[in-house]
Write a protein that binds this ligand. Sequence first.
Ligand SMILES: NC(=O)C1=CN([C@@H]2O[C@H](COP(=O)(O)OP(=O)(O)OC[C@H]3O[C@@H](n4cnc5c(N)ncnc54)[C@H](O)[C@@H]3O)[C@@H](O)[C@H]2O)[C@@H](O)CC1
Ligand SMILES: [K+]
Length: 504
Amino acid sequence: MHIVTAKEMYDTDRYAMEEMGLQGHLLMENAGRAVATAIKDQVSEEDQILILVGKGNNGGDGFVIARTLLQQGYSVEVLQIPNDEEVQGDARTHREIYEAFGYGYRRFDSVDSLATLSSRKTVIIDCLLGIGVKGPLRSPYDEIVPHVNQLDAKVISVDLPSGVPADEGVSFEGAIQADYTVVIQYPKTSAFLQHTAPYYGDWKAVDIGLPDHLLRGRNKGCSVWTKSDVVASLPEREPFSHKGSHGKGLVIGGSIQMPGSVTMTSRAALRAGAGLLTVATVSKVISILASSVTEATFIPLEEQEGRISSVEGIEFGYDGVAIGMGMGRHREGKELLEKVLKLSESPVLIDADGLYALKGYLSEVKSRSYPTIITPHPGEMAHLLDVSIPELLEKPFHYSRQFASRYGVHVVLKGAFTLVTTPDEKQWVHTTGNVGLAKGGSGDVLAGMLLAMVMQPQTVELALNNGVWLHGSTADLLTEQAHSTYDLLATDLIDGLSKTYRTI
Ligand SMILES: NC(=O)C1=CN([C@@H]2O[C@H](COP(=O)(O)OP(=O)(O)OC[C@H]3O[C@@H](n4cnc5c(N)ncnc54)[C@H](O)[C@@H]3O)[C@@H](O)[C@H]2O)[C@@H](O)CC1
Ligand SMILES: [K+]
């Protein structure tokens, strides 16, 4: 499923209208009818529905929705917010069609009369503002929106909750808090941002007859990674393959202070499908690991105060390397990482403390001839970018793209909507996973799963997306079937992965 900015949506609409002959009022008819069908799943014939119509084309959709629902016997009233002459173009055309069918509408005069009208309604359909919203709500929307938000009625927004901008990095004040949003054709970026997504409630996108190829070349290339993408791309295991064909991985990390993280990464890598796994760490950690990761082999590294001080002794003939988990943030970290990046002739995944070491080495990363992958959480990403966490979360798509292309790395920005970005700026958003993952260790498990994935016969971008999907879906499956979001542990994910694999 593609994700678009307001401009990408307008450009695609315009192309459909100007080059394909699909006129604006036809698109609006398609949109309104598709939305009405989706709304029918959310309401019953007993509901008293009020449709709030704004001045732009989002309001125009409202007239089509009203006509469609009235024709099918639903109880619908329409309240148009602007004056009659302010409604222009396709929206006006559809108001005229609506009237020609013999249906009437009211005009907004005050919030008091809206209060009287809305008090009898069980469903409010919000067609006030769509992707054309600019800046904070102006009068009278700045009064209407708070009024709607305090009603008990179910609120269904059309395209996006009025007031919420489509794009990232746009400030706004006040918006409809929807229970449900019917998105027109493609979800907009704001459906995947921490501060705007909650306004949408649950949402669903409806097709208005714009084929995906119209979007191509007009968009930056951002999509949601779904189960069908996993099913289509996860490599099947060849019957005559052997352990070597399933990837020989190396995990470098751990310290006497943090032995658990490499344990989880290694176990997760093996469970996710790595054929062979070696853990390079300090001797004391090996004695802890040996009993819990019995399938792995070990390389003892030189240590100082319980932390790795040198990668001397590692022969870099691996199919993939993960470095940083539990390594500690010490002075030698940068040198260790630098050596690993120079000597590894395979993808290198950098996580946790490795990301702190990376900061001093960024300019050299681009010249690597093998893929480099970073898996930061917002705090680590903000540190790498020298911005604050709120600044990063305002524009995670922008910052990830900028960083990935500037340094030639694959970025897996972890969060409620984990975002995968390639050096050529393609992006995928993940909607699997839940708050049960907000616990120490789940990042270590993800690093292990991703290491296993990049060693399978698939491109790095497929590997990262499949790995993130497996991780999030395992959390979802476990919290549905056996755990709560309180008690889920990172180690549960390692064992639970078997269940997820069996669903695909
Ligand atoms: N051909 C198309 O472009 C289609 C558009 N569709 C609908 O049209 C919407 C976009 O239409 P528009 O471009 O007319 O945009 P809107 O429907 O979002 O309306 C924008 C208008 O609202 C007013 N406005 C903007 N910001 C405001 C604020 N902060 N406070 C108060 N008023 C404000 C301005 O007068 C502006 O012209 C989409 O979201 C979708 O619902 C669908 O009908 C499908 C086809
Ligand atoms: K809306």
